[in-house]
Design a protein around this ligand. Structure first.
Ligand SMILES: Cc1ncc(COP(=O)(O)O)c(C=O)c1O
Length: 289
């Protein structure tokens, strides 16, 4: 069952007007939260980011945090019992086509829930391949906008080459991937680009960052040049649907040095355990250790 503007419906029966500004202009924002064993992971972070995305595009957040929280629980419960990924979007609503905001229009709220995708054991154990692309997106990437054409084209480039993600470079520096944040390990430090307008501030990134601090990992938020990215000892992706995964091939070149060249590195292996415990509330199953 999906949720649309106050109604619960089978997805096939859910209909939105062709004049919806989400359809016409991509005028809306969205969120995606993993719900693991009935518990949304870091929901407060997602709700704060949604409120910020709404504020940034001048859209009134239609529901309170308490109402969103109820809905996330409700949709995950209705679609369970498996762990769920809850997606929802808010658009500026239905109005005659005109770029300027319409007056007195109710936003459209759509929420759906699907089984949470799982990394395969091979992706965890061997890492994944990524390809770099120029970051051709706008300069307000901190907004979780439903206008994702730049991200879609980037992902397609990687996907056609057998990569799981496209890692984007802007002005010779790392920004993020098409639907993930990117970390590097450089000289023994965990490095992330700063959470500014050139990337989406990931909620999983926040988790990784806190876990690194809690476990005494030296860390630094700063710009990462393309040269540093290509020479990094480790590269990881983080996102709500993936948790963390190691990038072990970048543009067909093995990542890292010495014994873990082309393999997930030692810091990744530790972070994977910490994030798993944080998300799943327990330690890794034996087989995955
Ligand atoms: C462009 C982009 N960057 C980063 C992320 C990771 O954010 P989060 O960890 O909140 O899922 C996403 C997630 O969809 C994304 O689309």
């Amino acid at each position: 069952m999906i949720y649309l503007n106050g109604d619960w419906l089978p997805i096939e029966e859910a209909k939105v007007s062709v004049l919806d500004r989400g359809f016409i202009f991509g005028d809306g924002v969205y969120e995606y939260v993993p719900v693991i064993r009935g518990r949304p992971y870091r929901l407060d972070g997602h709700l704060a980011r949604l409120a910020n995305s709404c504020r940034e595009i001048g859209l009134k957040n239609p529901y309170s945090d308490a109402r969103w929280t109820e809905l996330v629980h409700e949709i995950a419960r209705r679609n369970g019992p498996h762990d769920q990924g809850v997606y929802w979007q808010v658009t500026r609503g239905v109005a005659r086509r005109d770029h300027a905001f319409p007056k007195d229009v109710e936003p459209t709220v759509f929420m759906m829930s699907n089984p949470l995708p799982q990394l395969t054991p091979a992706q965890v154990e061997d890492g994944v391949a990524c390809y770099t692309v120029p970051d051709t997106r706008w300069h307000r990437c901190h907004i979780k906008s439903i206008s994702l054409l730049g991200n879609v084209l980037a992902r397609q480039f990687a996907s056609e080459r057998g990569g799981v993600e496209a890692i984007m470079l802007r002005d010779g520096h790392l920004s993020e991937a098409s639907a993930s944040n990117v970390f590097c390990v450089i000289d023994g430090r965990l490095v992330s680009p700063p959470k500014d307008h050139l990337m989406l501030g990931g909620i999983t990134l926040d988790g990784v960052w806190e876990l690194a601090a809690a476990n005494g990992v030296p860390r630094e938020m700063r710009r990462v040049s393309e040269v540093e990215l290509r020479a990094a000892d480790e590269i990881w992706l983080s996102s709500s649907s993936k948790g963390v995964v190691a990038v072990t091939r970048l543009d067909d070149v093995p990542v890292g040095h010495a014994s873990h060249r082309g393999r997930p590195g030692p810091l990744f292996r530790r972070m994977y355990q910490w994030i798993w415990a944080d998300m799943y509330g327990n330690t890794l199953p034996k087989a995955a250790e």
